[in-house]
Design a protein around this ligand. Structure first.
Ligand SMILES: N[C@@H](CCC(=O)N[C@@H](CS)C(=O)NCC(=O)O)C(=O)O
Length: 120
């Protein structure tokens, strides 16, 4: 008797189902279609920015990176979009996000908007 012959029908079905699910998952797009680009204001060596970039990469999202000046006094552009000088700040015109600050909020937003369970 071959080893596989000793498996019950249910077990065999589970294996087939598991493989099918894996194949379906492989071909399913990881991300939703982006028609307008995301912009991330960031600073070199910024750990909060790295956290957001990790999420963008995980979700396979393309984005434009804008490095802010080291001096807070010179960050006119990021202040104009977000009302404050800290980074990271995300802009997502497609969803009306003009300048979202706070890395935790940005990560949660990206997951909710572009993650597997996205409804937006
Ligand atoms: N709670 C904020 C902290 C962000 C933060 O402290 N960012 C730093 C850069 S890593 C910053 O903007 N510092 C002010 C500065 O660069 O002058 C977040 O999680 O986004």
């Amino acid at each position: 008797m071959r080893p596989s012959a000793s498996l019950g029908a249910g077990r065999t079905a589970a294996i087939v189902t598991g493989r099918t699910a894996a194949i379906v998952s492989f071909f399913r797009p990881r991300t939703r279609l982006q028609t307008m680009s995301l912009t991330l204001y960031e600073k070199v060596g910024c750990p909060y920015c790295a956290k957001v970039k990790g999420k963008l990469d995980e979700l396979g999202l393309e984005y434009d990176s804008k490095l802010v000046p080291a001096s807070r006094a010179e960050r006119d552009e990021v202040v104009a979009v977000s009302g404050q000088a800290g980074v990271p700040v995300l802009v997502d015109p497609e969803h009306g996000v003009e300048g979202m600050a706070e890395s935790a909020d940005i990560v949660a937003y990206l997951e909710a908007t572009y993650g597997d369970g996205a409804t937006a």
